[in-house]
Design a protein around this ligand. Structure first.
Ligand SMILES: NC(=O)C1=CN([C@@H]2O[C@H](COP(=O)(O)OP(=O)(O)OC[C@H]3O[C@@H](n4cnc5c(N)ncnc54)[C@H](O)[C@@H]3O)[C@@H](O)[C@H]2O)C=CC1
Ligand SMILES: O=C(O)CCC(=O)C(=O)O
Length: 413
């Protein structure tokens, strides 16, 4: 019996935060049946307990996978982020533990762009406050302060997959698009890139944020930036909760400095649907609050489930790391007729020599070898020809694990 490779039904998979059923279907189609799926995220202590025997974990944006969690997860091979953002994962800690992290870089982008487009119209027409008044028995039919989107300036911060799709949709409405991005970008349609954030804030009737969470984007919109926006402009944030200083925004909305806002993401978000949502923005009528649902459509979630589960399957079955966000990328053919060993190590001189020495000493016939490195990590995949039922791959693995500098080594099913 194999010592170190696992039959597929013993490979444990933990899915959190209501990952779509499409993911479970893909995993099952490929023979993975040992799946636990939970609707909520888990806190740090719960995670440290839950990940102990887990080989693959699937999360969305809420679950924080930090260094302590990776330390507790000694069997973990890969993380699937069933979303775009990977800021909730300590990617360096994952790599140091030989854990590959995947995400779904495009599948929910259209959903976010559509929601933002709808919010632009709602905010320019002052629908949030009129809606709130009507619910209280009020009747505010005045046109004052309500505008068409046509001809207005939309300022997009972050012209990536979401920002650029929104740009096209907004032009269909007759909006003039300006954007600010730290990179030089291809402007779509008639959009214009501006040179600074301040320039964008000063020109725009609507400002919308589509940047990742990074040290540079943290609190990039605070009281100072809000003061630079046009009087009565509106602000939309469906990127990350740490990008906008919420207290400053609440002030700007209450004082009428901004005419409205739509916020989908918050510095602290509830763990699951049953938890209470706390925010200084609660109760402010001219603010649309949504529970981080920019990407929550049936279409997006189904596609993300298929995409990320597919990446986990390819890594588990083949060792393929194509499109990993923290790891050297290797696209691998299937390995029918051979056993495949994976060796993940600190990128230092001599590692490949040591691995090949072991293979030579054992007189192993290598039918394929693949190596990819980044500044920190080396990833070697070796296909060997062995007689059926031979345990030679397992013996080799034990020797390879003993090489100084090894982070993780395994033999594939
Ligand atoms: N509310 C929701 O449910 C969702 C939120 N998101 C968030 O939206 C973000 C953006 O998504 P994508 O457009 O797909 O990402 P992307 O990576 O395609 O685009 C991000 C853009 O921001 C730019 N950027 C980075 N730092 C910047 C800075 N300091 N100033 C200006 N521009 C900067 C980049 O150069 C890039 O063009 C994600 O990172 C995620 O955090 C994504 C999907 C769903
Ligand atoms: O739908 C989710 O859980 C998170 C969406 C998101 O923020 C992302 O894809 O980065």
């Amino acid at each position: 019996m194999s010592l170190v490779s696992l039959d597929k039904d013993r490979i444990k998979i933990l899915l959190l935060e209501g990952v779509h059923n499409s993911a479970i279907e893909v995993l099952k189609q490929h023979g993975y049946s040992n799946i636990t799926a939970l609707k909520t995220s888990l806190n740090e202590d719960e995670l440290c307990e839950a990940v102990k025997d887990v080989h693959f974990i699937g999360i969305r944006s809420r679950t924080q996978l930090n260094a302590r969690v990776f330390k507790a997860a000694d069997k973990l091979a890969a993380v699937g982020c069933f979303c775009i953002g990977t800021n909730q994962v300590d990617l360096d800690a994952a790599r140091e533990h030989g854990v590959v992290v995947f995400n779904a870089p495009f599948s929910n982008t259209r959903s976010v762009a559509e929601l933002v487009l709808a919010e632009i119209i709602m905010l320019l027409r002052r629908i949030p406050q009129k809606n709130a008044a009507a619910h209280r028995g009020g009747w505010d039919k005045a046109a004052k302060g309500s505008f068409e989107a046509r001809g207005k300036v939309l300022g997009i911060i972050g012209y990536g997959h979401i920002g650029s799709q929104l740009s096209i949709l907004a032009e269909q409405l007759g909006m003039q698009v300006r954007y600010y991005d730290i990179e030089t970008k291809l402007s779509l349609g008639n959009a214009l890139q501006v040179r600074s954030l301040d320039e964008l804030l000063a020109q725009s009737d609507v400002v919308t944020l589509h940047v990742p969470e990074t040290p540079q984007t943290q609190w990039m919109i605070g009281a100072k930036q809000l003061a630079k926006m046009k009087p009565e402009a509106v602000l939309i944030n469906a990127s990350r909760g740490t990008v906008v200083a919420i207290d400053a925004l609440a002030e700007a909305l209450k004082s009428g400095q901004l005419s409205g806002a739509a916020i989908d993401v918050f510095p602290v978000e509830p763990k699951g649907n049953d938890d209470v949502f706390e925010s200084p923005l609660r109760g402010i009528d001219n603010c649309i609050l949504t529970p981080h649902i920019g990407g929550s459509t049936e279409e997006a979630q189904e596609n993300i489930g298929i995409e990320v589960a597919g990446k986990l399957v390819r890594y588990s079955d083949n060792g393929s790391t194509l499109s990993a966000v923290n790891f050297p990328e290797v696209a691998l053919p299937t390995h029918a007729g051979s056993r495949r060993l994976l060796h993940i190590h600190h990128n230092r001189p001599g590692m490949l020599t040591r691995i090949n020495q072991i293979l030579a000493e054992q007189n192993i016939n290598v039918s394929g070898q693949y190596l990819q490195t980044d500044s920190q990590v080396g990833y070697v995949v070796i296909d060997i020809e062995t007689p059926p039922k031979s345990t030679i791959a397992d013996d080799l693995l034990i020797e390879m694990r003993a090489i100084d500098g090894t982070i993780k080594a395994r033999v594939l099913y």
